[in-house]
Ligand binder design. Structure first.
Ligand code: C2O
Ligand code: CU
Length: 464
């Protein structure tokens, strides 16, 4: 008797994925099955938390009952399930940023699922096809909900990963708090029309410069997710040899030292760090961008040296993302620009009340795009190149849901052929991103500076 299990199906799909349509297309078609995994309960809650010395901050949002949203651990190719229970008086959803899930599980209200109102729940179930660092957040009233705390990190483990002596996960974000430690206005319109409004208190894992221990002379894996709504970071590591092993959930083709590496909201960085030999030596991860550089977190060497060599970190397994076929790819041109047209009306997921930005001259307001017309209709299984041009003097971390792309070329810099879901376009940069439209459904494409997202720089593509 043949047992046609879900795992069996996935294996077949993974093999087919090497040359064919790919795993996620398969998942998309099979989407909606009930996972056998025990669901993790993610209940939104309004709590108090200590984010400043002056005392507790009220009106902080989290999943769970206290502190930062949990780091969710999943396994590549194994079913995961979560039940979102909404405990706050604002509709919400969960989006699994960078995880290639079936469309119905993508968490975009109106486009793919209903809003989850207070007291209601929604069950998510999917099998992550890729290993790496990802994150999760609401996709409704995002500026308020994410700004107040609803951003958590996802680690998708791969049993075939190289062995490290320590693993540290960092959730980087800011908070807009006044001197009394309480929330102040989430944004200023004139900043929303420029870089976005920065927070006033900068944290890693909701702490100011936390310190973690790692074995002296050992190899530490640092997983960093930028979950802030605005801030772009320039990363450096001081006090140890460090090398970038993965970006945005995918191994980098060639490793390099993070020397002021620029990454924007939504992006993730994985570093291998060779800890110093002397006990007590301190390694720091710094943000060196702008006028106020900051130590984000430190690692302290403990014990006698393990004497490991950073060159011993074996390559990470490449994720099963189908290879774009440039000989048959159709091109899609997208222009990012500023606008002052179309005042948005208030929607259920909140509006900032302004239109500042547009994609191909159309400003889309709110967290969910106007359902009337996708930016492009893509044919399932076909290759595409998105030629995206930034006509503005600001940077925009552009994020595509549901599918991973390959960075093909940039008009302003040398790029590695990175596989990613979020690309940080510099002012006046033009970039080409290649992908196979292997996941059916409606997929958002938006800037991850949330004020930009909510004041026009959002749209979607349709794969049929
Ligand atoms: Cu991080 Cu539309 O999402
Ligand atoms: Cu932007």
């Amino acid at each position: 008797m043949t047992l046609f299990t879900r795992r069996g199906l996935l294996k077949t799909a993974a093999i087919a994925g090497a040359g064919g349509v790919g795993l996620s297309a398969m998942m998309g078609r099979l989407g909606g099955w009930a996972a056998s995994a025990e669901p993790v309960v993610l209940q939104t809650a309004r709590i108090q938390a200590t984010l400043m010395d002056v005392g507790q901050t009220k009106d902080v949002l989290t999943y769970g009952s206290a502190g930062m949203p949990p780091v969710l651990r999943m396994k590549k190719g194994e079913p995961f399930a979560a039940r979102l229970v909404n405990g706050i008086d604002d509709p919400t959803t969960i989006h699994w940023h960078g995880v290639r899930v079936p469309n119905k599980m993508d968490g975009v209200p109106f486009l793919v699922q209903p809003y989850v109102y207070q007291g209601d729940h929604f069950d998510y179930a999917f099998t992550p096809p890729d290993a790496g660092t990802f994150w999760y957040h609401p996709h409704c009233n995002t500026l308020a909900q994410m700004g107040h705390g609803l951003t958590g990190v996802i680690v998708v483990e791969n049993p075939a990963d190289p062995k490290f002596d320590a693993e540290i996960v960092l959730n980087l974000r800011d908070w807009r708090l006044g001197d009394d430690g309480q929330f102040i206005d989430q944004f200023r319109p004139r900043d929303a029309a420029r870089t976005g409004t920065y927070g006033t208190v900068r944290t890693a894992n909701w702490l100011d410069q936390p310190r973690y221990d790692a074995p002296a002379g050992g190899l530490a894996r640092l997983r960093v997710a930028i979950t802030d709504v605005t801030r772009i970071y320039a990363f450096r590591v001081d006090g140890a040899d460090a090398t970038v092993i993965a970006l945005d959930g995918n191994p980098v083709p060639e490793r390099f030292a993070p020397d002021a590496l620029l990454l924007g909201p939504g992006q993730r960085l994985e570093l291998a760090i060779r800890m110093p030999d002397e006990e007590g030596a301190v390694v720091s991860l710094r943000d060196v961008r702008g006028t106020k550089p900051k130590v984000l977190a430190t690692l302290r060497a403990t014990g006698t040296s393990l004497k490991r060599d950073i060159r011993d970190v074996a390559p990470l397994e490449v994720n099963p993302v189908p290879e774009v076929d440039l000989s048959t790819a159709a091109h899609i041109s997208l222009a990012l620009s500023a606008t002052a047209e179309n005042m948005p009306t208030d929607g259920i997921c909140g509006s900032l009340g302004y239109s500042f930005w547009a994609i191909n001259k159309v400003p889309w307001s709110g967290d969910t795009p106007d359902p009337t017309a996708p930016l492009a209709e893509m044919k399932l299984g076909k290759s595409y190149v998105i030629d995206m041009e930034n006509l503005t003097p600001q940077s925009h971390p552009m994020h595509l849901h549901g599918m991973s792309f390959k960075v093909l070329s940039s008009s302003t810099r040398q790029v590695q052929p990175l596989i990613s879901d979020t690309y940080l376009l510099q002012p006046n940069e033009k970039v080409s991103l290649g992908l196979v439209a292997d996941n059916p459904g409606d997929w958002l494409l938006h800037c991850h500076i949330i004020e930009h997202q909510k004041s026009g720089m959002t749209s979607y593509v349709r794969v049929v």
